[in-house]
Every structure is written in C-alpha cells, then in structure tokens.
Design a protein around this ligand. Structure first.
Ligand code: 9UX
Length: 70
C-alpha cells in the first residue's frame, strides 16, 4: 500500500540541497516520490510501505549530509 510521510530535515539551505535529498530518497527501492522544501525543512515522501521504511529514509538523508529531526 502507498503511504505518504513528512520528515523534518535540518541543513537544506539551497535548491541543490533540496535536490540532493530528493534524489537520495528517490533512489531507494519502493520510493515513488520525494518533495523537499528548504523553507520549512519538510520532506514529503511517498512510498510503498512493504518495501521501504523510515529507517532507510533517515540513513539515505544522513548519507548525503543532512540531519533528520524527530
Ligand atoms: Mo550549496 Mo545547498 O553548497 O548546501 S548545495 S547551500
């Protein structure tokens, strides 16, 4: 089943930052789309819940240099 969640990500200060985070998430199997907003820090992720989960989102985002809040 498809789900949408919103993560709060610290450290995105420009458009390239948004793209980096979006691409890191898009690369994960099961992610259908990601939209980052540097103004709020919110990253909306649409994904297949049986394929991928929050831990992987966090890992992928931290790997490209940003911090995920709670
Ligand atoms: Mo430009 Mo966004 O260095 O970090 S990619 S501000």
């Amino acid at each position: 089943m498809t789900k949408t969640t919103v993560l709060n990500v610290q450290g995105m200060t420009c458009g390239h930052c948004e793209m980096s985070v979006q691409e890191a998430l898009d690369e994960l199997d099961g992610v259908q789309g990601a939209k980052a907003d540097r103004a709020t820090g919110n990253v909306e992720v649409t994904y297949e819940e049986d394929k991928v989960s929050n831990d992987e989102f966090r890992e992928a985002i931290e790997e490209v240099g940003y911090t995920v809040g709670s």
